[in-house]
Design a protein around this ligand. Sequence first.
Ligand SMILES: [Mg+2]
Length: 240
Amino acid sequence: MTPQHTGAATAPSLLLFDIDGTLLQKASREHAVALYGALKSVHGVDCSGPPSSAAGRTDGEIARLLLQTAGIDDAGIDSGAQAVATECCRIYADGGCPPDLSGHVVPGIPTLLQRLSGRDDIRLGLVTGNYEEVAKTKLAAAGLLPFFEPWIGGFGSDSENRFDLPPIARERAGSPGPAWPQDRTIVIGDTPRDIACARADGLRVIAVTTGPVAASELGEADAVCVDSAALEQAIASMAG
Ligand SMILES: [Mg+2]
């Protein structure tokens, strides 16, 4: 049954999942390699040093930090941003992404998504800093892409600022009507940046400790979950 946008009281709950650290673990090495390749191709600089703090940042934001470190000025970064995104997606989709990322899926997530996707009172979307094509290529390789509504999400290719992504995802979820209601939307992610972007849009947020961030740094979330079973319980209590 197609979910109907019938108002705040009866609308299904829209769950907006982060990818890295939330659905997948340690599945971003080839993604980073694709980004380094794009920066080399577009700006001629080698940015493949030790990993910086990428967790929770958008791809465009990571690219900017790497380029700033390499001495590129903001005007140059801005003018090349679209080309970097296009080239990163091309490299990743064109053999950069491992053909099978299913071994990187957080335990219990496929079963959880299977159950949630069968419910009429739940909609599944994404809020991720990954460029959209990277996100979809990655989830397809992990076997998770079919669980998500194809057009629902906010991606790193939509904005360099993660705060912009939940409103974009709600707008798409409500289209062609008004944006999906804030009180029927929940962000699920693994970093303080996920929490902050949800709060900036007035949304509830569930944090998971399956990424690199400890529970002690995720206390601003409405719930902190250590595994998929706890996540399922938190969704049940918040989305009911
Ligand atoms: Mg994450």
